[in-house]
Structure formats: structure tokens, C-alpha cells
Design a protein around this ligand. Structure first.
Ligand code: ADP
Ligand code: MG
Length: 623
């Protein structure tokens, strides 16, 4: 008796794409099946630590590939962990990976071949070369065998079957146009090309084709770039076009021994900010796979890493919970983190162009370490890069526009005590901020903090090499100690401007009551009439905006409006009487303009438009 089941809708769509897409690399189906078989062997070996009986009388773990030209079939078998009936239905009838699901939604509708080529479709790639796939599987330790079968067109069947040993046997009924895969040499060539790194023997027609030792245990000099890449795809289940941006392979010796082979991807994973996301580094103990994504093995800010860590010293029979709290794992964590940061620092210094590529994808994640990884704080400060007003190639968003804290400190002006920064929602808003004017006039560099995480780590760090990190949109801007680039006005002229503006400030406070916390004279403006800042004791204005998104944020956190006493508009306003409608309209116009520059919504857009139209009309009629 066989039962008929429908595929999950998303699988149906995926199969549709697989069947219709013009793959240039159809041969990768074999890589996917061999990779799954190797995982199944890994899992059996681990399970057998606790339960050696699982190995029964079949202890030699291997993968076999056979073909039958007459029947037009290729069969990939393993004596690994196997699948129960429920597992067959779940693993081969649904899509568990959120990344694949996400990608499917993106390519939905538009048959974008480029995008399709980007992701490995795993088991389902079998349908690129087969019009029917039969999977026989017996779970290790179980009695019964189940058969899963499908033509990849919406449904599959499940039936009880007979098989004399544990493991999985996948038979592909080869399509007419895929006969090349019925040739022994072709099969061997594909295995050699993609699966040489697999640590289990892979036999084609009885002869072992691959090297058969774990790639990470081989000497670096024996490993080609192509082999590293293939291993990367195997270990990460990576998108087909994704290459490792960085490959780190080293053996640690001494008090505790381990070998690491780690990769930084060149593409951003879809779930990078999903709180449930685990890192992609597998833990092995003496070549035995133990677990994926172990929490204590890497800090969360390195969760984009993929690869393998193989320890010589951890006990094999140890639970995941015990591993998580093991002091040995904690030591590996800190040594691995240091090694990765060393490599990043070197890249940043020696190959800034390549580093820029990395930083624009993963920079915000690495900066999370500045918030919660105190042990690595100094090194993280050396790796971190920022946009800044120091830009050799004006307005080009490229590698040249990124600076390090060390570079910043090296360029500080005589008399400058702080590291100045400006927070904004994006680079353009930051560059256009009026608060920058006095800093630009004085030639004082300002860093741009444009990632949400910046608002969180900056208060934690406070300083770098004794230099305080100071926001230029909060509190007072006192640049008087910085030498050079002083305002054109003399001290007396400035004092006079300030005295003249005093009555206007009082009037504005009255007019804008409830709109701003205060109105004060500005030290940071040159060309603009007004700007908004946060009080010294409060959170920064950009942070206020982030907090406001949550409904319970207290409305009392209001901005301060700073006015530029030297500006012609302000001087003109000084001449108007306190109850003149024109003064009131201008005050609101200036406030609204400042808000727009901050990227903040206007309280009353209709009023803004009315005032603006009036002002334009007046300007035109006067001209
Ligand atoms: P992935 O390998 O990325 O999980 P696949 O589509 O390649 O995705 O495989 C889906 C799932 O089917 C695997 O995660 C595994 O649980 C199961 N599976 C596939 N092939 C085998 C096999 N040979 N032995 C045991 N389980 C397998
Ligand atoms: Mg797979």
C-alpha cells in the first residue's frame, strides 16, 4: 500500500524552477546528494558514540555511486543515519531553510535566472537530471524501511519496503537529455571535482574516487583554492555563486589543540539579523562531527562565519549543554575570535578595497561586539571603520571614504580633545547636517554614525585611547580651544550679535513653547540660520528618533533649537515686533526646515505649505 502526499506549496514552486531553469551546471546534483550522504554518515558516527550497537555489523562508513545503463538509473547510497517515514515526509516534502524560502519569495513571479542560479537547491537538484526519484531509507536502529518516490510534479508517495541494511539509497531515473551521467568517467570526474574533500570514501562502481581524509586535517600546501571553495559550499550549504571572501585555516597547538577552517562569505545571509540565527561553524572532536552552531563556540558578532573547528582535547561523549559551559570551549572561543580579528585587521590595513566590501555587509554586525564583547574591545576599535567628513574623493562612497579611529586620532587638530561624531539615519542626511558647519570651518573631522547599533555601543565605550567620543548634535559645541579656522567676526562683533539676539531668543521661546525645549545661541552654525540639538543630559537626537518608534517613549524629550546670530535671516527677525505674524510664521518655517534636515516628520504639513507658499509669493513679488 502506498500513500499519496502533496508537496508543501513552496517545494512545488522550487521544483518548478529547478525543472525549468536553464542550469549550466546540472552536474551539481551529485555534489548535493554526496553532501547529504556525508552529513548522514557524520550523524551516525556521533550517535554511535552513545550507542555503538547502531553500527551493527556494518562499521565501515562510506558512500557508493552505481549506475545502470540499461535501466537508465544512477544510485547514490550511504550507510548513514537514515530516515524514518516521518523524516522522509518532512525532509523531502517541505522546506525547512528560511533562507531558501526567503529567496523563493524574492524570485516569485519573475523567473530571474541569475537569482535562481544563486542558491543550492539541495536534494531537489536531483530533478534537474531525473524525471523520477526513488529514495529507500532505513533509520539506524530501526526495523522498517520506507520508500519515498516522486516525479517532482506536485506529489510524492510513501510506502513500506524492504532493504537489508541501515542508511539511504537514492535512485535517479535519468532524463533523456542527461545521458552523460550514465558514463562512469563522467561520474568520477564530477565526484573528484566537487567532493574530493569529503572525509569518507566515495566509491564509483566499487573504486574509491576521493582522497577520503577530512580536508581541514591536510596540510595547507596540499589544498587548492578550488578544493577550499568546494568544501566551503559543502560546509555552508552556500549559494552556488557565493565564494568565500576570506579563508582561514590554522592549527592551534599547546595547552589545547584544535584545527580551524573558517570562511567569511562574500554574500550577506538572508537571516543575518534573525535572532534565532546560529553561526555556521560545525564542531568536531577528533574528526567526529558533534554539533552545529554551538552557542559558546563563537561570539554572536561573528555569526556570519562558516566552517569547522575540530578539537583534539574535548571528550567525545559530552552533552550540548555541558559543551556550552565548558571552559575549554570558552578558551577556543576567545582564541578563535582573536585570530579572526587579527585577520580582519590585516585585511583592513593592507587591502582596504577588499575590506570595504566586507565591512559594508558585516560592519554593523561586527560593531555589536563593541557593545557586548568587552574582552575584544581594543581590537574591535582597530578593525572598525567609519564614514567621515575626511574624504579625499569628495562625495564618493568608496573605500577612500572609510576611516579608522586610529587615523582619526592621528589627524586631530591642535587643541582638539574629543573624537567628534554625528549620528544620522543615513550617509546623505549626515553629510547635509547643518550641525557640521562650524566643524568644517575649523577643519575638525567628524565621524558619521549611520548604523542603528552605533547608538548602543557608543555610550558603552565612552572613549578611545583616552579621547572621549562626543556627539556634535548633543550639548554644547565648544570649539574655542581648537586652533585655526576661526570665524571671520571679531570677538567684539560676536558679542554684539549675541546681545542683539537676546530679545529675539526670548520671543522665540514664547512662540515655540511646547514645540522645543529651549532656544539658544549656536556655536556650531556658519551658513544655516538654525539647527536642532539634544540637551547634554539627554540621549542624542538620532537616538530619540529610534526610541520614539516605540510607543511608550516619553514625549518630554524635546530638542533645543539653536539659532545663528550672525545669519541675515536672524538679523532681520530681530527687527520684527514680537506679535508680528511674519515673525511667528518665520519661526515655524525655520523649525520645520530643521526638522526636515533631520529626517523628522512635520507636525503640521498643511501649515508648513501655507507658510512656505506665502514666503515664496512674497519673495517673488519683491523681486
Ligand atoms: P540540507 O542538506 O541543506 O538540509 P537538502 O535538501 O539537501 O537540504 O536535504 C534535506 C534534508 O533531507 C537533510 O537536511 C536531511 O535531513 C535529509 N536527507 C537528505 N539526504 C539524506 C541522506 N542521504 N540520509 C539522511 N538524511 C538525508
Ligand atoms: Mg544538502
Amino acid at each position: 500500500m502506498s500513500e499519496q502526499h502533496q508537496f508543501q506549496a513552496e517545494v512545488g514552486r522550487l521544483l518548478d524552477i529547478v525543472a525549468n531553469a536553464l542550469y549550466t551546471d546540472r552536474e551539481i546534483f551529485l555534489r548535493e546528494l554526496v553532501s547529504n550522504a556525508a552529513d548522514a554518515l557524520d550523524r551516525l558516527r556521533y550517535a554511535a558514540i552513545a550507542d555503538p550497537a547502531l553500527l551493527e555489523n556494518d562499521p565501515t562508513l562510506k558512500i557508493s555511486i552505481a549506475f545502470d545503463t540499461g535501466a537508465r538509473t544512477v544510485t547514490v547510497s550511504d550507510n548513514g543515519i537514515g530516515m524514518t517515514k516521518d523524516e522522509l515526509a518532512k525532509n523531502l516534502g517541505t522546506i525547512a531553510h528560511s533562507g531558501t524560502r526567503e529567496l523563493l519569495h524574492q524570485i516569485d513571479g519573475k523567473k530571474d535566472l541569475n537569482l535562481i542560479g544563486q542558491f543550492g537547491v539541495g536534494f531537489y537538484s536531483a530533478f534537474m537530471v531525473a524525471d523520477k526519484v526513488t529514495v529507500l531509507s532505513r533509520k539506524a536502529g530501526a526495523e522498517e524501511t520506507w520508500q519515498w518516490e516522486s516525479d517532482g510534479k506536485g506529489a510524492y508517495t510513501l510506502a513500506e519496503h524492504i532493504k537489508d541494511a541501515r542508511g539511504t539509497e537514492i535512485t535517479l531515473h535519468i532524463k533523456d537529455d542527461a545521458s552523460e551521467f550514465l558514463l562512469e568517467d563522467r561520474l568520477k570526474q564530477v565526484v573528484k571535482k566537487y567532493s574530493d574533500h569529503i572525509g569518507f570514501p566515495i566509491e564509483v562502481s566499487g573504486a574509491t574516487v576521493n582522497e577520503g581524509s577530512a580536508l581541514w586535517m591536510r596540510p595547507k600546501s596540499d589544498i587548492t583554492k578550488a578544493q577550499y571553495k568546494e568544501f566551503y559550499h559543502h560546509v555552508s550549504g552556500a549559494l552556488q555563486m557565493d565564494e568565500p571572501w576570506l579563508t582561514l585555516h590554522w592549527k592551534a597547538e599547546g595547552a589545547f589543540e584544535y584545527t580551524s577552517l573558517l570562511f567569511i562569505p562574500e554574500m550577506k545571509p538572508f537571516d543575518l539579523y534573525d535572532p534565532r540565527r546560529q553561526h555556521g561553524v560545525k564542531l568536531y572532536v577528533k574528526r567526529v562531527f558533534i554539533t552545529d552552531g554551538l552557542d559558546g563556540l563563537l561570539p554572536p558578532f561573528l555569526r556570519f562565519l562558516k566552517g569547522v573547528v575540530d578539537s583534539e582535547d574535548l571528550p567525545l561523549n559530552i552533552s550540548r549543554e555541558m559543551l556550552q559551559n565548558s571552559p575549554m570551549v570558552a578558551k577556543m572561543n576567545s582564541a578563535i575570535t582573536k585570530k579572526v580579528l587579527d585577520a580582519l585587521q590585516e585585511k583592513a590595513e593592507k587591502h582596504p578595497g577588499e575590506f570595504y566590501q566586507f565591512w559594508s555587509l558585516f560592519g554593523p554586525v561586527v560593531k555589536e561586539g563593541l557593545y557586548d564583547a568587552h574582552a575584544h574591545r581594543l581590537q574591535l576599535c582597530k578593525v572598525a571603520r567609519f564614514h567621515s567628513t575626511y574624504n579625499k574623493h569628495e562625495d564618493k562612497d568608496n573605500v577612500e571614504s572609510l576611516v579608522s579611529l586610529d587615523e582619526y586620532v592621528g589627524r586631530m587638530k591642535e587643541g582638539q580633545e574629543h573624537i567628534y561624531y554625528l549620528s544620522a539615519s543615513d550617509l546623505q542626511t549626515a553629510k547635509n547636517s547643518p550641525q557640521l558647519e562650524a566643524f568644517k570651518a575649523k577643519g575638525v573631522e567628524v565621524l558619521f554614525m549611520i548604523d542603528t547599533i552605533d547608538e548602543f555601543w557608543i555610550p558603552m565605550q565612552n572613549d578611545y585611547l583616552g579621547k572621549k567620543l562626543k556627539s556634535i548634535t548633543r550639548g554644547e559645541a565648544d570649539l574655542s580651544k581648537v586652533k585655526g579656522g576661526d570665524k571671520k567676526e571679531t570677538k567684539e562683533e560676536q558679542e554684539k550679535s549675541a546681545a542683539d539676539a537676546a530679545p529675539l531668543i526670548e520671543t522665540l521661546k514664547e512662540i515655540l513653547k511646547g514645540e522645543v525645549k529651549d532656544v539658544t545661541l549656536s556655536e556650531r552654525l556658519v551658513d544655516s540660520p538654525v539647527c536642532l540639538v539634544a540637551p547634554e543630559s539627554d540621549v542624542d537626537i538620532h537616538m530619540q528618533r529610534i526610541l520614539k518608534k516605540s510607543a511608550d517613549y516619553d514625549k518630554r524629550h524635546q530638542h533645543i533649537l539653536e539659532i545663528n546670530a550672525g545669519h541675515p535671516v536672524i538679523k532681520k527677525m530681530e527687527g520684527l515686533s514680537a506679535n508680528d505674524e511674519l515673525l511667528k510664521d518665520t519661526a515655524f518655517l525655520l523649525l520645520d526646515q530643521a526638522k526636515i534636515l533631520e529626517g523628522e516628520p512635520l507636525k503640521n504639513p498643511t501649515e508648513f505649505v501655507r507658510r512656505m507658499s506665502q514666503a515664496i509669493e512674497k519673495g517673488l513679488l519683491a523681486g
